[in-house]
Ligand binder design. Structure first.
Ligand SMILES: N[C@@H](CCC(=O)N[C@@H](CS)C(=O)NCC(=O)O)C(=O)O
Length: 199
């Protein structure tokens, strides 16, 4: 498997998941500052010309949520995705999609300072999205309850950017505790080091 990535981007979440899984992979650094994403070869991997993207033999997958879902299913032995038929699988899929369709959109809306009617915006509002996450994570310890899953990799990565990096939210104890739980995992620490080293 080959991960196309760049430091200090959404690649970190996929690095984290790959480190959780522990399967061998190769990292290919895409030089975003010098247009490395805008080459015909990379366009064939991800037509959006963004990172991260994964090549796995003849399979290519981009969009960080999709890459995470793909990897969690490809390596069931890692125990990061509830199997088909498991009652927690519905919520698992919900939170995977929630990241891309609600959290990302609400962050963009807040950043751009655009007002939209809550009933028209599929994510409701920034406050709604983070209040829903507060309510769910207060019950914890993980987004599905007792068991850590690939959905936590996505949701904790989103929260990391909103709370720690962009500081778009005042600290909330349930987010602080959840981030500490998720980010103290050795796989996250390894991914963070790769991201910081940039190679
Ligand atoms: N929806 C995509 C977003 C990917 C994305 O925006 N990647 C940024 C870095 S975080 C990027 O590659 N930017 C470079 C560019 O747009 O040229 C995902 O979740 O993978």
């Amino acid at each position: 498997m080959r991960l196309y990535w760049a430091p200090r981007t959404r690649s970190l979440r996929v690095l984290w998941l790959l480190e959780e899984i522990g399967a061998p992979y190769e990292r290919v650094l895409v030089d975003l500052k010098n247009g490395g994403q805008h080459t015909p070869a990379y366009h064939a991997v991800n037509p959006m010309e963004k990172v991260p993207a994964l090549q796995d033999g003849e399979a290519c997958v981009a969009e960080s949520g999709a890459v995470i879902a793909y990897l969690a299913e490809k390596f069931p032995q890692a125990g990061l995705a509830p199997a088909i038929g498991d009652p927690t699988r519905g919520r698992y899929l919900q939170w995977l999609f929630f990241s891309g369709s609600c959290v990302e959109a609400s962050i963009t809306q807040k950043y751009a300072n655009v007002q939209l009617p809550e009933v028209s915006a599929g994510w409701g509002s920034f406050d709604k999205v983070f209040n829903v996450l507060s309510e769910t994570l207060a019950a914890g310890p993980y987004i599905l309850g007792e068991k850590f899953s690939a959905a936590d990799v996505l949701i904790a990565s989103d929260l990391h950017f909103v709370v720690n990096v962009f500081k778009m939210l005042a600290p909330r104890p349930e987010f602080t505790a959840y981030l500490e739980r998720c980010q103290s995992r050795p796989a996250f620490q390894r991914a963070l080091k790769i991201d910081a080293d940039g190679v």
